[in-house]
Write a protein that binds this ligand. Structure first.
Ligand code: XIL
Length: 363
């Protein structure tokens, strides 16, 4: 994923001798060296910031595409299974668990010194038919959810850095989404899910994860209110994940830093968990520039808040990217194109990482 480019000259000027060549005399406390941004991978460039950089991984591409596999290992220090830890995959029949594909990714991550973000335990989507095709009473469904969480989190105990415990539980107006979980169990399913996940792996960082909560808006207000309330009640939820699915048709969210900071001030970690920036196809130069700006706004937001632990892209190449199958007529959402060629957004991310101060801001 290396490309000699005009970026080299630009960055040499921007960064100057201090970063690229290092200071002439070593300071009392040696700052971590910033690698050359024109030849370094994202994980090398991110290392000095203390923020991790990750990608969602398509495990069939990982198995079958050597270029893809090499890039995942070289460019990222965190991985998220795009689909293979979801309910329909891990528990296709009630009580029969299959972790084969997820285990393969966890082993890959270990071999490449990467952390794993577990995704996801409680969601309304990608549920198995045995769960959705019948009706349940609360007394029946609660133990099903409990068993699922205890078994899955228990299986990976000690090997998952962070879990997206509850995914997409809110509507845009801040009300709770009408899902099987809310309908049958009521709002207490959220606290229960975090308690069971914590019981099964007390060291994993437990996230609430959702889309359109990057900036300050009614939905992120509601997530903030719920998480602070749960924490006051002693529920083990430690972090918020902002998915970061942007579209160049719409404005970049406002108040990203302000939003992540309010969670930090309330004692919570955060992450950008599924960044991508899609456009209506074909993409023109303005949309390409807007894509760079979208990625940059989310990355810089995370870099500016010390408790924002990682920046993860939802697929790094358009060759295996979910947008075209879900948003008709849209695509080109990743940092690399279908031929693994980096786009301007990739250079932007490298510049942002290289120019970020070493270590993290104090607040
Ligand atoms: C998507 C995957 O990328 C697709 O391959 C799959 O068909 C559907 O789910 N929010 C999430 C992710 O939390 O799990 C979704 O992933 C994208 C939206």
């Amino acid at each position: 994923m290396r490309r000699p480019s005009a970026l080299g000259a630009l960055l040499a000027g921007l960064l100057g001798a201090t970063l690229v060549a290092g200071p002439l005399t070593a300071p009392a406390t040696a700052a971590p060296r910033v690698p050359d941004p024109t030849t370094s991978t994202l994980r090398q460039l991110a290392a000095h910031t203390g923020m991790r950089v990750g990608t969602a991984v398509d495990t069939s591409a990982l198995a079958n595409d050597a270029t893809y596999r090499a890039a995942v290992g070289a460019e990222f220090d965190t991985v998220t299974p795009e689909n293979v830890m979801k309910w329909e995959v891990v528990e296709p029949e009630q009580g029969r668990f299959d972790f084969t594909q997820a285990d393969t990714l966890v082993a890959f991550a270990r071999a490449h010194k990467q952390k794993v973000r577990g995704h996801t335990l409680v969601w309304h989507s990608q549920l198995p038919a045995w769960l959705t095709s019948r009706s349940w009473t609360a007394a029946e469904l609660r133990p099903v959810l409990r068993e699922h969480i205890l078994t899955e989190v228990g299986h990976f105990r000690g090997r998952i850095w962070a879990w997206d415990v509850v995914n997409e539980a809110f509507n845009e107006d801040g009300s709770l989404r009408d899902t099987i979980w809310l309908q049958v169990l009521g709002p207490s399913y959220i606290a229960d899910a975090f308690r069971w996940a914590h019981q099964a792996d007390p060291k994993a960082i437990l996230f609430y994860n959702d889309f359109n909560i990057e900036g300050v808006n009614p939905k992120s207000d509601a997530v903030f209110a719920l998480l602070t309330q749960l924490r006051r009640q002693g529920v083990p939820v430690q972090a918020v994940g902002a998915q970061g699915h942007l579209d160049t048709q719409f404005p970049i969210p406002t108040g990203i830093v302000q939003n992540l900071r309010r969670f930090a001030d309330a004692g919570m970690d955060s992450a950008i968990t599924e960044a991508d920036v899609r456009s209506v196809l074909p993409v023109d130069a303005t949309e390409s520039a807007a894509q760079s700006a979208g990625y940059s706004a989310m990355l810089q937001g995370c870099l500016l808040v010390r408790r924002c632990l990682s920046f993860t892209v939802w697929g790094f190449t358009d060759k295996y990217q979910w947008v075209p199958s879900v948003f008709a007529g849209e695509g080109s959402a990743a940092l690399w194109d279908e031929n693994f060629q980096p786009k301007p957004a990739y250079d932007q991310v490298r510049i942002d990482l290289a120019l970020a101060p070493s270590g993290r801001p104090r607040a």
